[in-house]
Design a binder for this molecule. Structure first.
Ligand code: RTP
Length: 140
């Protein structure tokens, strides 16, 4: 197997501006720590419009895209790299459904949010995207 086979999977987890403003950073970190994943990197960061548009480029044709970019750039975010076998899929489960009203109780969004447009946290949707997003946000 190639070099990539020896790399442990990582997910890019980002506390969105509403999560930071509401004082939920500790609570969100705590859930990933208690689950048993390893925190590999963390920074407070003001996301630029360009980086936000790049991060959400797959959604650029959606009607809510401008609102989404305004939201993500509305205040600082907390960028994190979390590591562990299966972390990408597990983090998506811990985070819960995109619409917090549909997210199960016990998930971050299910417990802490009510609006899709204010859903407190992002998690990568594949190991490749995890690696790519961590690269992008560490170099900006
Ligand atoms: P994320 O990328 O933030 O982890 O969210 P996700 O995979 O659960 O959802 P995705 O479909 O990729 O959408 C990205 C973010 O866009 C906002 N959104 N707003 N108003 C709407 O209908 C709508 N739909 C999506 C949410 O902030 C969502 O997390």
């Amino acid at each position: 197997s190639g070099t990539r086979g020896r790399e442990v999977e990582q997910s890019y987890i980002m506390v969105k501006p509403d999560g930071v403003q509401r004082g939920l950073v500790g609570e969100i970190i705590s859930r990933f720590e208690k689950k048993g994943f390893l925190l590999k990197g963390l920074k407070l960061f003001q996301c630029s419009k360009d980086l936000a548009e790049e991060h959400y480029k797959d959604l650029k044709d959606k009607p809510f895209f401008p609102t989404l970019i305004d939201y993500i750039t509305s205040g600082p975010v907390v960028c994190m790299a979390w590591e562990g076998n299966g972390v990408v899929a597990s983090a998506r489960k811990l985070i819960g459904a995109t619409n917090p009203l549909q997210a199960e109780p016990g998930t971050i969004r299910g417990d802490l949010a009510v609006q899709t447009g204010r859903n407190v946290v992002h998690g990568s949707d594949s190991p490749d995207n995890g690696k790519r997003e961590i690269g992008k946000f560490s170099n900006n």
